[in-house]
Design a protein. Structure first.
Length: 402
């Protein structure tokens, strides 16, 4: 088991991680795409996929139907895959590729890649230049066969078969899907306790997030692109004294965010006016180069990381095809906190210095394999890539810091 975490603007660009994973594929690549455009990033990924196809790697692609529209920026890249004999299944009927009739008209918003039934890439990233180079996104690369197989089962439920070509009579999206009832993977070591994975809309993602908020005891750090679900505003209210929320500028005036800011809204059937008094700890992003805060992550009690494709919206929880992953590891949680703290300071907030921990229970190596030590504060690490190993060496977390 190896977990690698990468953030936009880090020491190693997420784009290179994705391209290297494709270039190193030996047998299979399965991927779910929401958006795919922007030179040179999309060109590089497209070429890597075509090269993999030409060396006989089996590639299957699921894409959001909007990318099949000739007016979409993604269209030329998707069409190029199809013209190079890479099968693409859209989540609804389409004039190119394969279109699945079994859907409810919502979005395939999932972003994941599975390589060789062994490696899963998952996070908030789209396959665009802005997403991987300017906007604030996270990318997890998880090397674990059991987790990869779980993602493949979900992929093939949508694909409608385990074959090279989708089965259009059996493909399933949105509420046509069902819960496979396989969510938790246990590791139980000093690096990592467990990983849980859930897919909207059938796996209860709404309740998963509600329960994480309800069960939190001492800290919540939330970095969210879209926050329009007032239920989560209400769940956060009892935790307001230790909750810090960073949102994208585009959701700054949405109803739950306005209430958290202490402002009144016009009540409707979906959201009642419940302003926080005093206002919550909330800031809007200040990403350089007019970037977007595209994260969908939260950190609970400096121990649990929630991330994936799902915004905190009604459609994200109840209609779209989405994926969320929860990872129970104080070391990974600390890496995410350092990223949150960096973006919080960018937005004008004060640093939460008391949240820093030392890696006292594991060995810390640099990327070349040199032992750095066993009692190291992350604040003392220079910019680079570091490997945290469990005592038996079987479990690793690779942190791209800062």
């Amino acid at each position: 088991m190896i977990i690698e975490v990468y953030f936009s603007g880090g020491f190693i660009p997420p784009e290179s991680v994705i391209i290297n994973a494709i270039n190193n594929a030996q047998k299979t690549i399965d991927m779910s795409i929401y958006s795919f455009w922007g030179s040179p990033t999309a060109d590089n990924i497209k070429n890597a996929l075509i090269n993999a196809k030409n060396r006989n790697v089996r590639i299957r692609v699921i894409a959001e139907n909007r990318t099949s529209n000739p007016n979409s920026q993604s269209y030329p890249y998707i069409l190029s895959l199809i013209n190079n004999n890479i099968p693409v299944l859209f989540d609804s009927l389409s004039s190119i590729g394969y279109g699945c009739p079994n859907n409810n008209g919502y979005l395939n918003h999932q972003k994941f890649i599975i390589v060789d039934s062994q490696i899963v890439l998952v996070g908030s990233f789209n396959l665009t230049y802005n997403a991987l180079n300017i906007d604030a996104n996270d990318l997890l690369k998880i090397n674990d066969r059991n987790l990869a197989i779980r993602f493949i089962k979900q992929f093939e439920m949508m694909w409608g078969s385990n074959g090279n070509i989708p089965n259009l009579s059996n493909c399933k999206f949105q509420n046509y899907k069902y819960d496979l009832m396989e969510h938790t993977f246990y590791y139980n070591n000093q690096i990592l306790d467990s990983i849980k994975v859930f897919f909207s809309p059938k796996d209860g993602t709404y309740d998963v997030i509600s329960n994480l908020i309800h069960n939190s005891q001492n800290s919540i750090y939330l970095a969210m692109n879209k926050f329009t679900l007032c239920d989560y505003r209400d769940s956060l209210f009892p935790k307001k004294n230790y909750t810090f929320i960073l949102v994208d500028n585009g959701t700054w005036n949405d109803k739950p965010v306005l209430n958290i800011r202490g402002q009144n809204i016009t009540s409707d059937a979906y959201c009642q006016n419940k302003p926080w008094n005093p206002p919550g700890n909330i800031l809007k992003d200040n990403i350089p180069n007019n970037g977007i805060l595209h994260y969908k992550f939260a950190i609970f009690d400096k121990y649990i990381v929630l991330t994936g494709s799902m915004n905190w919206t009604y459609r994200g929880a109840n209609n779209n095809d989405e994926v969320i992953v929860t990872i129970y590891s104080k070391f990974l949680a600390n890496a995410y906190f350092q990223e949150f703290n960096k973006r919080w300071i960018q937005a004008g907030g004060s640093s939460n210095k008391n949240e820093n921990i030392a890696f006292q229970e594991v060995e810390v190596f640099n990327v070349d394999g040199r032992l750095i030590g066993k009692n190291i504060s992350i604040k003392k690490l220079r910019k680079g890539v570091y490997v945290l190993k469990s005592k038996n060496g079987n479990y690793k977390i690779i942190i791209n810091y800062p």
